[in-house]
Design a protein around this ligand. Structure first.
Ligand code: ATP
Length: 130
């Protein structure tokens, strides 16, 4: 089966894969070849793919996955190959967002800051597992 990961900016991944595991808004799920058609909203998290018995990890920051006729498409605002992630930057983003949440400022956009935490954690997870 084939997987494309597409963001606003670019085609992040476009290759044949054997297995896909990702994080839907209703929980993690996997897709093997010949899976029935599926459409799922994605959460901020890590998408793991298996190719020739080897795992690769990508961040997928929300969006949607569609699977039909052995073609999977993930449309997501932001995605990165785990190997391309700047770990120091993700750690800084995590610390910044957590510090903001700790301040409990009434003006803070909590949802947005929690999403920043989730993106940073997804990035760190995608690099640690690579
Ligand atoms: P930061 O606060 O570090 O910018 P962010 O979560 O706000 O993090 P995004 O808005 O999700 O960043 O992403 C903006 C762009 O920067 C995207 O192209 C994304 O792929 C890239 N990017 C963000 N963080 C990293 C990182 N740690 N390593 C590599 N690319 C990153």
């Amino acid at each position: 089966m084939h997987l494309k990961i597409i963001t606003h900016q670019k085609l992040v991944f476009d290759e044949d894969v054997d297995e896909i595991y990702t994080k839907g808004t209703a929980g993690e799920f996997g897709i093997l070849p010949n899976h029935i058609p599926i459409m799922s909203a994605l959460d901020i998290g890590v998408t793991k793919i298996i190719q020739d018995g080897k795992a690769r990890y990508f961040t997928t920051m929300g969006g949607v996955l569609q699977f039909k006729d052995n073609e999977a498409i993930i449309l997501t605002p932001t995605a990165e190959d785990g190997n391309d992630i700047d770990v120091a930057r993700a750690k800084e983003a995590l610390a910044r967002a957590r510090a903001k949440l700790a301040e409990r400022d009434a003006e803070l956009d909590v949802k947005r800051t929690e999403a920043a935490v989730a993106r940073a954690l997804a990035r760190l997870k995608a690099t640690m597992t690579n």
